[in-house]
Design a protein around this ligand. Structure first.
Ligand code: SRM
Ligand code: SF4
Length: 558
């Protein structure tokens, strides 16, 4: 008789096992005009379909007002002008007339009513994009370098990104039944009850899984924060293969030391032919070894941290039937986007537009949303690329179209040069309030004003124009990847933040906590002496994050 205590699986595992098609009763609830929201279990299934049930937290005093968030899946963040136009229509017709470019190169709609959810998801599918697996315990949107400036090898890397996204997509037919055909899946039919996804199995992954591709020296998608990072090794403009990085992630919880941000380990090199096998090997390691008893300990990063890089390498080699070569040399130097107009390697032009906190909207004189709408109508062959820094890149532009695009942007108050000050241009914020149910403090609505104040402080101290990467989140989950920033504000309670210091400009170093609970209005007072010391003591050209790491944080530890 076994003496081992029975394993208690999380509720998410129990419901996936019971309904492996992930259909839940979503379609039945959609078809019930009297129901204003989904059950808690269906809410979990909805995530796999790319939607979250939220409520407007600004309006809670008068009772919960349910709204839906819809997240699309856009491998590499590449959209046609037509797809942008469809998304623009959907946001105006069914959402809150904004489109939010996310830190994983997708677009989120907020404020959709349950009664319009099917129309939105159906239209996204008809535009030949999807929402399937945008969220949930599966592989999420796969990131790829959006900037076409540097090497022709980018095209191959984007193809590889699409190949991996397709190979790791879940196979359930429920998505089609619910959103396209509008039918409730018969949960008792044996083919549905016994459905087993060929890759994921019956219960999918223990938690989300994330992949990104990067081409050194540009790390504009923070590759080391992904479960699986693929670092392209390019020689003479040709892709020779990928260095493999495994086990990154940002999420942590306040007061739970067993949860922590972690950068991925680089464990070897392989040729592009083995890409899909390698990706499947890493994903199935997560599937088979991930902790299904505790969702706070269920990400791949904990397997890699606890079992070690050598174990992980051996397991990947066994599963993919490949011998990994030693990792090839590479160096990242920047995480930023190239703002403004630039010429790509193929001679075409591209324009990177700054989007504050990723929110594409019309705001006062700067009517970015309308400008982009008019641009897609007049220039239907250009391409959109969403950056993981929450910006929009217009690409594949002929020299002769530049003037017309500039004119439309100028008419709507959108600049193409000096679009934002150095601090704004290098900042990111997660949405937090009022839509995110997990937010403990403001982020998107707070950060731009705070940056104005820090900018003034920098000016007073002789640091005007200095670039410092600043990121904020409304809770410790890390959606804007704050633990890589030079300064991060992580929400702890309403109006109060932890402050983290010491990330680098290449996205290769985690920062460390400095203060645990600062009131938002006290942030400048707290930062002033530190920035003043930095201005006086820095080495020539030294960045704030590097100085913090070299001097200040060391003093704090001693
Ligand atoms: Fe995130 C959950 C927004 C990128 C770590 N994230 C959420 C939810 C869905 C809240 C929820 O579960 O109820 C947020 C929806 C807010 C809203 O109102 O829209 C949310 N995450 C976002 C976005 C929109 C932030 C943004 O500013 O763009 C990003 C959407 C990405 C996408 O298009 O797929 C987003 N989230 C990230 C990233 C960054 C990345 O992947 O590069 C991270 C850190 C990396 C990582 O995964 O470790 C991240 N989000 C989390 C976590 C913590 C996971 C963990 O390991 O503990 C949660 C909470 C959870 O999963 O339980 C979360
Ligand atoms: Fe919500 Fe926290 Fe993510 Fe911000 S970091 S969007 S508050 S889960």
């Amino acid at each position: 008789m076994s003496t081992e205590a029975p394993v208690k699986l999380t509720h998410n595992e129990v419901i996936k096992d019971a309904i492996p098609t992930l259909a839940g009763t979503i379609a039945a609830t959609l078809n019930d005009a009297g129901a204003d929201h989904f059950s808690e279990d269906d809410n979990q299934f909805l995530k796999f379909h790319g939607s979250y049930q939220q409520d407007d937290r600004d309006r809670r005093k008068t009772g919960k007002k349910y709204i839906m968030m819809v997240r699309s899946r856009i491998p590499g963040g590449v959209m046609t002008a037509h797809q942008w136009r469809v998304f623009d229509d959907l946001s105006a017709r069914y959402g809150n007339n904004t489109m939010r470019v996310t830190t994983r190169q997708t677009i989120q709609f907020h404020g959709i009513l349950k009664s319009n959810l099917r129309a939105v998801i159906k239209a996204i599918n008809e535009s030949l994009l999807s929402t399937l697996a945008a969220c949930g315990d599966v592989n999420r949107n796969v990131l790829a370098p959006p900037t076409p400036a540097y090497t022709r090898a980018r095209e191959q890397v984007v193809q590889d990104c699409r190949r991996v996204a397709l190979a790791l997509a879940p196979q359930t037919g429920a998505y089609h039944s619910i959103w396209i055909d509008g039918e409730q899946v018969d949960l008792e039919a044996p083919e549905n009850k016994n459905f087993v996804d060929p890759l994921y199995g019956k219960t999918y992954l223990p938690r989300k899984f994330k992949i990104a591709f990067a081409i050194p020296p540009v790390n504009d998608l923070d590759i080391f924060t992904n479960c699986l990072g693929l670092i392209a090794i390019v020689e003479n403009d040709r892709l020779t293969g990928y260095n493999l990085a495994v086990g990154g992630g940002m999420g942590r919880s306040h007061g739970n030391e067993a949860t922590y941000p972690r950068l991925a380990d680089v464990i070897g090199f392989f040729k592009p032919e083995k890409l899909v096998e390698i990706a499947k090997a890493v994903l199935t390691i997560h599937r088979d070894f991930g902790d299904r008893t505790d969702r706070k300990h269920a990400r791949l990063k904990y397997i890699v941290a606890e079992r070690g890089a050598d174990w992980t390498r051996t397991e990947i080699e066994k599963r993919a039937n490949v011998k990994l070569e030693p990792a090839r040399p590479f160096k990242f130097t920047t995480t930023s986007d190239l703002y403004g107009w630039h010429q790509a390697v193929d001679g075409k032009w591209f324009l990177t537009l700054f989007v504050e906190t990723g929110r594409v909207k019309d705001a006062g004189e700067r009517r970015l949303k309308t400008a982009l709408r008019q641009i897609v109508e007049k220039f239907p062959s250009l391409e959109f690329r969403l950056s993981a820094n929450q910006n929009v890149i217009l690409a594949n532009i002929a020299e002769s179209d530049k003037a017309g695009i500039n004119a439309l942007l100028a008419e709507h108050g959108v600049k193409t040069e000096n679009q934002a000050t150095a601090l704004h241009a290098a900042s990111m914020a997660c949405p937090a309030l009022p839509t995110c149910g997990l937010a403990l403090a403001e982020s998107e609505r707070m950060l731009p004003g705070l940056i104005d104040r820090i900018e003034k402080l920098c000016g007073d101290l002789g640091l005007g124009g200095e670039e410092i990467i600043i990121r904020s989140t409304g809770c410790p989950n890390g959606c804007s990847r704050p633990y890589l920033a030079e300064i991060a504000f992580v929400g702890k309670a309403p109006g109060r933040y932890q402050v983290w210091l010491g990330g680098d400009t290449a996205g290769t170093r985690l920062n460390r906590i400095w203060k645990d609970m600062i009131k938002e209005e006290d942030i400048e007072t707290e930062l002033r002496p530190l920035l003043a010391r930095f201005a006086k003591e820095r080495n020539s050209g030294e960045r704030f994050g590097d100085w913090c790491q070299r001097i200040f944080l060391k003093e704090q530890t001693n």
